[in-house]
Write a protein that binds this ligand. Structure first.
Ligand code: BGC
Ligand code: BGC
Length: 668
């Protein structure tokens, strides 16, 4: 890279920094760029930065705060600084370790609970938080810097026993209700604070393009405008003004292009030009930044601008996007956290050492288990000149800034948690409202809905009585597996909700429907489901088809047992994505996409049944957040069967008729 090009790039940056008043040390960065340019990343030419729109809202820099940050950081040793940049999992670290090594952050990864007690109470969580906090404030640092605990509260406080789980983001996308999303953010923040946790790794702002991805349900929609709007509301809900005892720090994740990987592969390669990256994948970040989001999590995916070769630049090493664009052009002055052990995937990096990632702009490193070796190796990386001290100072300043802004220096989160009511982790009514709004009615050709209460009802399907299947991944455990109904302590399955609504004596449940005389009933409700999955395990890898029945033949069998016998069949499908389901739709008179509703399936019963006086009580209002596939291989919704935005209601009907069922193999 010729020096003159670098100069151009950085004069552009300097102007952006002046405009935004938020670039901590442009001169240090300039020096840094000449000596430590990350080789595989092109320098940010001014025109490549100018393509990114900047919002008109001026950022307020707070001189008093900045002076405090500078004073704290200036008195820290190198070991203390690297400690602050380190995030470990609670399964691998103790409060005493935190005290000795100046650890800046801990997380509980999916399925990590205090003392590995599945049923730890909010008080147990808060006690552990208090112990870590106290340890972080008992070091020999010149100024004690409090630890910050982050958690994946991605649909409510989902690791915690007894917490209400809201619909996953895909269902919220169907609801098209930004105010609802903000209230869910509020509620989730309160739940986290009730356990002494002040940082939430949400919202996910992926704009998913391919339903093969096993994290599709963490995405609100394929519509960038919707994701942008929701991002702002979700962050406002979580963060409030960052000063109340019920506010948390939010995380916009995963930056950038996680929803655009080739064939929807998890941690894959996003092959799009810069214009698409901006117009599609970056839109949520605009919303989050407008709402003052304080942290951003980098993404496992790579960005391959030209589409050539096996894979592009890993996001964790992408200096242009992390530093020049996000922190420079877009004026983000919070901190960037890496994803779980993600630095090791950058070329030339190890799990415990990755100068390229830190030089590219990663400020805090999630090294869940190997935090001690990471500190040792990174101290060494700085000593040998692989990471400039200016970069370390910038990273630590960002971390301290967020800790100051969020009031962590002022109170032990355990004390604030103790002042909250024991039921602060529950919010069943809000979740039930969200569930009602999230339902999308795909078909009701014979107008069998809403059902009357006085009927004899047969319920079939493996999803009917399972909190686990209705909640999906990131529920109590990482993958959402190994859970029974008892592991939730709160909530209602759809079966329970139906029994409560029309009276248990009217309801017969048979999971398979085998051997049942269907004609004895007035109607059937079939509750079908994908089984829970999360990242890494949830992909439908090409060339497998999106046919639900190919993966879950038992669901088709349950419908075969009850359909075609003159009794109306209403199917409710729990899924984390849109799927090819023509065979299931054909065997159903009415078909409802219910996504992953979480613990409060009562919201489904509210819509399916008439009020006691015979009137419909809640109509369907949900709209598809992603296109519904026309063919078994149509994971991107080309020529969709049902377009994004589609959704029937009692008032608005359209005949679907018989759909083709043939399963052609996916062309290579
Ligand atoms: C996921 C993140 C999550 C983190 C911590 C990662 O594997 O990609 O979304 O926040 O783990 O659990
Ligand atoms: C953790 C998750 C994490 C995953 C990544 C799991 O053991 O609990 O939070 O995202 O590992 O591999």
């Amino acid at each position: 890279m010729p020096r003159s090009r670098w100069k151009h790039a950085f004069s552009g940056l300097a102007i952006a920094a002046m405009l935004w008043g938020s670039w901590p040390s442009v001169r240090a960065q300039e020096a840094h760029s000449e000596t430590f340019a990350t080789p595989q990343v092109a320098a940010a030419a001014p025109e490549r930065l100018a393509l990114w729109p900047v919002s008109a809202r001026a950022r307020q820099s707070d001189p008093l705060l900045e002076a405090r940050v500078a004073a704290i950081v200036s008195r820290m040793t190198l070991e203390q600084k690297i400690g602050q940049m380190t995030q470990a999992d609670i399964r691998s670290i103790t409060p005493e370790d935190v005290r000795r090594h100046y650890i800046g952050s801990i997380l509980n990864g999916g399925g990590a609970w205090p003392n590995m007690q599945r049923r730890a109470s909010p008080a147990d969580w808060a006690a552990l938080s208090g112990a870590f906090y106290t340890a972080s404030m008992s070091t020999d640092m010149a100024t004690q810097v409090p630890i910050i605990w982050g958690t994946d509260a991605v649909h409510g406080h989902n690791n915690v026993y007894g917490a209400t789980l809201f619909p996953h983001n895909i269902g919220l996308g169907a609801a098209r209700d930004p105010d609802l999303v903000q209230r869910i953010g509020r509620s989730t923040a309160r739940a986290a604070r009730a356990t002494g946790i002040t940082w939430v790794f949400a919202p996910t702002l992926a704009v998913v393009q391919d339903q093969r991805w096993g994290r599709s349900y963490e995405s609100f929609s394929s519509d960038p405008a919707l994701v942008r709007d929701y991002a702002a509301h979700y962050v406002r809900g979580l963060q409030g003004d960052l000063n109340a005892a019920s506010d948390v720090v939010a995380t916009a994740k995963h930056f950038l292009g996680d929803g655009g990987t080739f064939r929807g592969a998890d941690q894959g390669d996003t092959r799009v030009p810069l214009s698409d990256l901006i117009a599609t994948h970056a839109q949520g970040y605009y919303g989050a930044l407008e709402a003052n989001v304080q942290t951003v999590m980098a993404s496992y995916n790579s960005w391959n601008e030209t589409g050539a070769g096996e894979r592009g630049v890993r996001m964790h090493a992408n200096r242009y996007l992390l530093t020049d664009v996000l922190k420079g052009r877009l004026g983000f002055d919070g901190f960037v956290v890496s994803d779980w052990n993600a630095i090791e995937q950058a070329p030339g990096c190890r799990r415990t050492s990755c100068p390229d990632a830190i030089n590219a702009g990663i400020d805090m490193v999630m090294v869940p288990e190997d935090w001690l070796a990471f500190i040792r190796d990174t101290v060494e990386d700085v000593r040998r000149g692989a990471i400039p001290m200016s970069r370390i100072d910038d990273a630590v300043s960002r971390i301290v800034r967020v800790k100051l802004r969020s009031g962590l220096f002022d109170a032990n989160p355990a004390a604030t948690a103790a002042a909250m009511p024991a039921d602060a982790i529950a919010d069943a009514e809000l979740a039930r409202e969200a569930v009602r709004e999230s339902l999308v009615l795909l078909k009701d050709d014979r107008r069998v809905l809403p059902l009357r209460r006085g009927i004899r009802l047969l319920v079939v399907g493996k999803g009917a009585d399972s909190l686990s299947l209705q909640s999906g991944g990131w529920s109590r455990t990482w993958q959402g597996t190994e859970n029974t109904n008892e592991d939730f302590a709160t909530g209602e399955t759809l079966l329970t909700a139906i029994q409560r609504t029309i009276g248990p004596e009217r309801v017969t449940y048979s999971e398979t429907g085998a051997g049942i005389n269907v004609r004895r009933f007035d109607a059937v409700i079939a509750v079908l489901a994908e089984t829970p999955y999360a990242e890494m395990r949830g992909d439908i890898a090409f060339p497998a088809t999106l046919s639900h029945s190919a993966r879950y033949p038992e669901d088709l069998a349950a419908l075969d047992a009850v359909s075609g016998q003159g009794v109306p069949v209403v199917t409710v499908l729990y899924s984390g994505r849109t799927l090819f389901a023509n065979d299931l739709i054909n065997r159903s008179d009415a078909f409802v996409a219910a996504w992953l509703p979480g613990t409060e399936a009562g919201g489904i019963a509210d819509v399916l049944f008439r009020a006691p006086n015979g009137r419909a009580q809640h109509d369907f209002t949900g709209r598809l957040p992603f296109a519904w596939p026309r063919t078994p291989c149509d994971s991107v919704g080309h020529g969709a069967r049902f377009q994004i935005g589609y959704g029937l209601s009692y008032a608005r009907q359209r005949r679907v008729g018989r759909l083709p069922e043939a399963l052609a193999p996916c062309a290579q």
